[in-house]
Design a protein. Structure first.
Length: 313
């Protein structure tokens, strides 16, 4: 019996579980026929060197959607019938980049998804790789929340600010990164809840800062302390808010139905909610006269609650 026949005899639930296990993209939206087709194309295909060269030539010639579908099936890439051309091109390029055979095949002038020509010859793989700039000569300081207890700051200076910093250091004045707690306030430099300093030397470009409070907002300034002991700011960062380090106090649950996309929100009834249970008990005779709809099991210890007219008794 062929593999397709075996898949067709499976139930949709089982097909979806198999598709999830094989990481088939968009499996939860697929119908049975689409699942069977996607799983049939999931088998590992062996692609010869000549096939890869042919695929690359086709990809460089602005292929039609039917050509892309043929290539995707050949490479074992799953897709839906209504997939867009750009998405299919992206998946094919992503799969091509995973193939180890690229190192031994002469792939001449392959165009990346951005349109740039790439030389994949092994001997030229590390040539002409541009280095990242160490500075963009712009005044900028950025604050990022790492976790509830840490912030990350990085900065850059223009030529003018860099020259000013050098003059400050030449006068034996110290430069600092000053952090302000500005939670729930409009900051005016004088109303922060608290602030503290970190000395930064010449050439330092970033800093990790431990903060005292989670679920709080922070701003930082870079500056120096002058001869009169006043802090002179040069740059100010954006406001960064650290996440909370405890369970949310919100009692709302949000649900999404995958097949229809229907969204639903309701009051949480999870284990964190403390149920209100009446301390009651009934005899076995009374219990036998009750309907199943009138009984709600509260715990495994044998306690029951009878509901009549929508109210607990």
């Amino acid at each position: 019996m062929s593999r397709n026949v075996d898949l067709k005899e499976m139930k949709v639930v089982d097909l979806r579980k198999l598709a999830q296990k094989r990481k088939v993209h968009g499996y939860y939206k697929m119908r049975k026929e689409e699942l069977v087709e996607a799983l049939s194309d999931e088998s590992e295909s062996v692609i010869e060197y000549e096939d890869i060269s042919e695929i690359i030539n086709t990809m460089n010639s602005n292929p039609k959607i039917h050509q892309l579908r043929k290539i995707a099936k050949k490479m074992g890439i799953s897709f839906q019938r209504k997939i867009k051309k750009n998405e299919l091109i992206l998946r094919i390029n992503r799969e091509i980049s995973k193939k180890k055979t690229w190192e031994v095949v002469d792939l001449k002038n392959y165009s990346s998804p951005g349109g740039e020509k790439v030389n994949f010859n092994k001997e030229n793989k590390t040539e002409n790789i541009p280095e990242l700039k160490k500075t963009y000569l712009k005044d900028k300081i950025v604050a990022l929340a790492v976790n509830p207890e840490f912030l990350y700051f990085y900065w850059d200076f223009s030529n003018q600010t860099k020259k000013l910093m050098e003059e400050v250091i030449s006068k034996n004045l110290k430069t600092y990164l000053r952090v302000y707690d500005v939670t729930y306030i409009i900051f005016n430099r004088n109303n922060a809840h608290t602030s503290w300093d970190y000395e930064i030397g010449k050439g330092l470009k970033d800093y990790y800062v431990h903060v005292p409070f989670a679920n709080a907002s922070y701003i930082a300034e870079i500056g120096y302390i002058n001869e009169n002991g006043l802090f002179i700011p040069l740059l100010r960062s954006n406001s960064a808010h650290t996440p909370q380090n405890s369970f949310s106090e919100r009692s709302e649950e949000k649900w999404l139905e995958l097949e229809s996309g229907f969204k639903l929100s309701c009051t949480s009834k999870g284990i964190l909610s403390k149920p209100k249970v009446d301390n009651i008990g009934i005899s076995s005779a009374e219990f036998g006269k009750m309907n199943e709809k009138d009984i709600k099991i509260i715990s495994g210890g044998g306690s029951f609650m009878r509901k009549e007219g929508g109210e607990n008794k």
